[in-house]
Design a protein around this ligand. Structure first.
Ligand SMILES: C[S@@+](CC[C@H](N)C(=O)[O-])C[C@H]1O[C@@H](n2cnc3c(N)ncnc32)[C@H](O)[C@@H]1O
Length: 283
């Protein structure tokens, strides 16, 4: 049987997708990502047997459940990540946690430490945070750590919740943590390394779109990781987001961004600590 021919993506169709993606996720595709959209959405068109990008677009717009939009955003967004990516952030976190929980006034103020991984992808970032926090707080058993990990992609969140890795993907984890925080499991003749349940229990995964008007969090965070996602947003979107993060940080808390990102060009109330690390002033 001949494969169905899909009509090529026109400029007008590209614009429709560009505007939809921007409005729904803040991801700014600009004018040069036509190839990327053609390739990443082409797969969804073939699966759904759509003959044109316009037909697929109409289908997404008419889907009241929002599931099709979710899949479209999944396909467009880049989910690359790995365990202990940008290791200096985890060293910084470890030092901050020890300082907060082992010294005078800070210790009394922080009986629960709240950390948010705000674009957690398939879980490597919150899993790395959980290992770091558990290790740093071993000498402070009365301190509780609560980790919130969110992403717009339901597919990535599903993977994150499973917390299983092919053994070679654990190579970036410091060796003592590999020993202590993973256990071997076998499934269908495949061997996996699984994050130990004790650490999994520290993390709450939830779908959250950073473009949401309201940030519905009851408590402020001690640390917010928002790494390697703002790079896809334009400057006004970054500015709105960073100011919201600032409002949801505790005084003395930190915002960590990706190493290729910077807050130089936007206005915000946070204090520069060192590249990619910002602090909310103490009250
Ligand atoms: C490149 S990954 C970064 C993962 C991790 N933070 C790291 O640095 O390794 C970017 C993630 O941002 C998510 N994302 C994109 N737009 C988003 C939005 N509007 N709200 C929440 N997450 C979003 C994507 O689904 C993707 O998982």
């Amino acid at each position: 049987m001949l494969a169905e021919v899909i009509r090529d993506l026109t400029h007008a169709e590209y614009e429709l997708f560009r505007k939809l993606v921007y409005a729904q996720s803040g991801i700014n595709l600009g004018s040069e990502k036509k190839q990327l959209v053609r390739a990443r959405l082409g797969r969804l068109l073939r699966r759904g047997q759509f003959r044109s990008y316009r037909a697929y677009y109409d289908h997404v717009k008419n889907d009241a459940s929002g599931q099709e939009l979710c899949e479209l955003l999944d396909a467009i967004s880049t989910n690359t990540t790995h365990l202990f990516r940008e290791k200096t952030h985890f060293d910084f976190l470890q030092t901050a946690l020890r300082r907060w929980t082992q010294t005078g006034a800070d210790r009394a103020a922080r009986s629960t430490i709240r950390i948010w991984s705000a674009a957690c992808s398939s879980g490597e970032e919150p899993h790395s945070i959980a290992m770091t926090a558990h290790d740093a707080l071993r000498a402070s058993p009365s301190v509780q750590v609560k980790l919130l990990a969110t992403d717009i992609s339901t597919k990535m969140l599903e993977r994150a919740r499973v917390a299983r890795y092919e053994p070679h993907r654990v190579g970036t984890v410091p060796p003592p943590f590999q020993e202590r925080y993973f256990r071997r499991v076998r499934q269908d003749a495949t061997e996996w390394l699984e994050l130990v349940p004790e650490l999994q229990r520290l993390i709450t995964f939830s779908r959250f779109n950073l473009m949401s008007e309201q940030f519905p969090f009851q408590h402020s965070f001690d640390v917010i990781f928002c790494r390697n996602v703002m790079i896809y947003f334009d400057r006004p979107t970054q500015q709105t987001l960073v100011n919201k993060f600032a409002r949801h940080l505790r005084p003395g808390g930190f915002l960590l961004i990706g190493h290729s990102e910077s807050l130089n060009a936007i206005q915000h109330p946070l204090k520069y600590v060192r590249p990619t690390i910002y602090e909310k002033a103490r009250a």
